[in-house]
Design a protein around this ligand. Sequence first.
Ligand SMILES: C=C1C[C@]23C[C@H]1CC[C@H]2[C@@]12CCC[C@@](C)(C(=O)O1)[C@H]2[C@@H]3C(=O)O
Ligand SMILES: O=C(O)CCC(=O)C(=O)O
Ligand SMILES: [Fe+2]
Length: 364
Amino acid sequence: MPSITLSDAHKFLDLNSFKELPDTHAWTLQLDDGSGSCDGADPDAVPIIDLSDGGAKELIGHACKTWGVFQVINHDVPKFLLDEMELAGKGLFSLPMHQKLKAARGADGVSGYGVARISSFFPKLMWSEGFTIAGSPADHARQLWPHDHHKFCDTVEEYQKAMKKLAGRVMWLILGSLGVSEDDVKWASPKKDGFQGGCAALQLNSYPACPDPDRAMGLAAHTDSTILTILHQSNTKGLQVLREGGKRWTTVPPQPGALVVHVGDLMHILSNGLYPSVLHRAVVNRTRHRFSVAYLYGPPSNVKISPLSKLVDHYHPPLYRSITWTEYLGTKAKHFDKALTSVRLCAPRTGFVDTNDHNSVRVG
Ligand SMILES: C=C1C[C@]23C[C@H]1CC[C@H]2[C@@]12CCC[C@@](C)(C(=O)O1)[C@H]2[C@@H]3C(=O)O
Ligand SMILES: O=C(O)CCC(=O)C(=O)O
Ligand SMILES: [Fe+2]
């Protein structure tokens, strides 16, 4: 079992046990000042795209350019699998804390139970707990359920398989909307025996009901270091996105059976900035426990990612240097919201809204 030092102990408080918000979790940000977030009733809402629609590619291209996020329906991932994964995750988080700590994420590790990796960039803790699965869930699952970890592992593996297939399909719709063909991105090309490219992590997020939701933060504003992320959120709202160059947070309303797709930083790089990664966060509420599962999809870890040559010419110089996913995750762990800027080659033109300069927008 990874040892937990005393200074770390406050990170592993059982959030369900609080009647009041502890100071360690009280953010000074004003979460909602009334001028900001709007909910799904807004006509200008996050697009919902039917993957069985012949025009899906164009609709996805437009959504990537303008929002960096969209929901997909008719995606062929069975509803029972989404429900089963949600139940498996809820079962994990409902274990006693001492049991969950047996699968705690080590200091340099990726997999395991713990607070969000980006926590170290913030003075306050987030009102959430997470469990990250990179590769096989078996080792950690065995620590959590010494007598019966098979059901959890089977569900996770089936979910990973379905998500990998969907992620490949959506990635090709996105690339297709940029006029990029399979010959242009060898590592990602679909092979006869199934989609080859791609590497991924699964992130389970739990946001317990919170006694003071306006002063708490479920998951602080961030972009994902992925090509794309596929998010399944339970039927409780909490996910908010910031529209490109925008100043207001928009709720992505849970829609039964729909999956949310986020454009990640590596797609931002591949598209040479045409499809900016989306800044998003999770807020919490007073009465309901919220749960989400994110499938974080990227390229094989050692493939060099750079702006696609089809999108680069004399008038459109490459804006980012090439970098592998492994290197980028390291850069993100060190620079967080400055990671994309740190791999940028040319300074943004005057008047260009750099959506990744988080200081220029109200992130609270
Ligand atoms: C493959 C990934 C992507 C990671 C790191 C690693 C495993 C866990 C992912 C997340 C999931 C939660 C938000 C985030 C910002 C975090 O803190 O951990 C993500 C991060 C990233 O997208 O950078
Ligand atoms: O819980 C959510 O809605 C957001 C989760 C998220 O952004 C992530 O896991 O990267
Ligand atoms: Fe995210």
